[in-house]
Design a protein around this ligand. Structure first.
Ligand code: ATP
Ligand code: MG
Length: 320
């Protein structure tokens, strides 16, 4: 049940206050959660994510274990979860650092700035760095997409913008074999890897590895290189006319349907002459990240190191 405050009242959650106005106007709304801006006694802003546990499928609460463990994770490129609080209705509140934007909105609102190659490559580096750290802690995100990547534009210690990976509702710990099972149905989206579409064999739930996150990061980088098309990465094969039957499918679905022959449309990038080599090297990294066959993909740490090399030396010639 949602903790309802009388219209005119603020809501106190632990040591944090959410104003009636902020309660009415969440900064984010998902299928089972709402995110509100909250303040502590000193006036510092936080984001309070309210997870309505009544609507969670029975075993989902168990699955939130990985989310709660995120409190122990501290990395500049991962949103800090300061604490979790159970309210009187047993609903869960996660108190996080407040961020200004999500990457999805940023793409739309700051198109001109997104055209800046240095900004793009810096975002890519930070995403890969956060992801490599998450994977080193044996956590697979499983729902990486621009709306789950947040940006802080103030109080940054590095560069102008600080990227923070967020929304760990579907995250999982990997088993000793580096796999995570999936008992939650995940809706297809652009950034889901082809293996998400593998049918269960003999009732067995398919297993996913860290490589699903690397694939998603690769497609996010692609969306950054082709910002005008980020919301419709048209699944069109280079050299082939668009296939209307595939128009509503995600790239991952097409890769799966085509028996994994299909590769994402990583076209030659139109960048200024100064950035051309670097942009094409990023394009190479995207190809290594988005192989249909998960085992061929590079790791998040390799991805971070390649992007760092391009950042340091835009004229580099990367070979795998
Ligand atoms: N720490 C934060 N600071 C600022 N805004 C945030 C923060 N966390 C989330 N948001 C905003 O709220 C949106 C939704 O949050 P989040 O992605 O965590 O959950 P969701 O996708 O709504 O939910 P679900 O967990 O149900 O999948 C984000 O896309 C972002 O715009
Ligand atoms: Mg989300």
């Amino acid at each position: 049940m949602m903790a309802q405050a009388p219209e005119s009242n603020d809501l106190q959650i632990g040591g944090y206050m959410i104003s009636a106005l902020n309660l009415r106007q969440p900064i984010g709304t998902g299928c089972m959660s709402k995110v509100h801006k909250a303040y502590d006694n000193s006036g510092t802003a936080y984001a309070a994510k309210h997870i309505d546990c009544q609507t969670l499928p029975e075993d989902r609460e168990k699955e939130l274990k990985a989310y709660l463990q995120m409190e122990l994770i501290t990395h500049e490129n991962i949103v800090k979860i300061h604490e979790h609080i159970r309210d009187e209705y047993k609903d869960l509140w996660l108190i996080m650092d407040f961020c200004d934007e999500n990457l999805d909105k940023y793409f739309t609102d700051f198109k001109a700035e997104c055209e800046n190659f240095e900004t793009k490559i810096d975002f890519m580096y930070q995403i890969a760095d956060g992801l490599a750290y998450l994977h080193s802690k044996k956590i697979v995100h499983r729902n990486l997409k621009p709306s789950n990547i947040l940006i802080n534009t103030e109080n940054c210690t590095t560069g102008d913008h600080l990227i923070k990976l967020a929304d760990f509702t579907l995250s999982k710990f990997l088993d000793p074999y580096g796999q995570s099972s999936m008992n939650t149905e995940l809706s297809p989206d652009l950034y889901k890897a082809p293996e998400f579409y593998f049918p269960a064999h003999g009732g067995k739930i398919p297993k996913y590895k860290k490589s699903v996150d690397v694939y998603a990061a690769g497609l996010i980088f692609l969306a950054m290189l082709q910002p005008m098309q980020h919301d419709c990465l048209v699944p069109q094969i280079e050299g082939e006319p668009p296939n209307p039957r595939e128009a509503t499918l995600t790239i991952g679905q097409i890769m799966y349907n085509r028996h994994c022959e299909y590769r994402p449309p990583v076209r030659l990038v139109q960048e200024s002459a100064a950035n051309l080599n670097a942009a094409n090297m990023v394009r190479r990294v995207i190809q290594w990240a988005t192989f249909a066959e998960p085992t061929y993909r590079i790791t998040a740490a390799e991805m971070r190191d390649y992007i760092n090399q391009i950042k340091q030396n835009p004229q580099i010639n990367l070979q795998q």
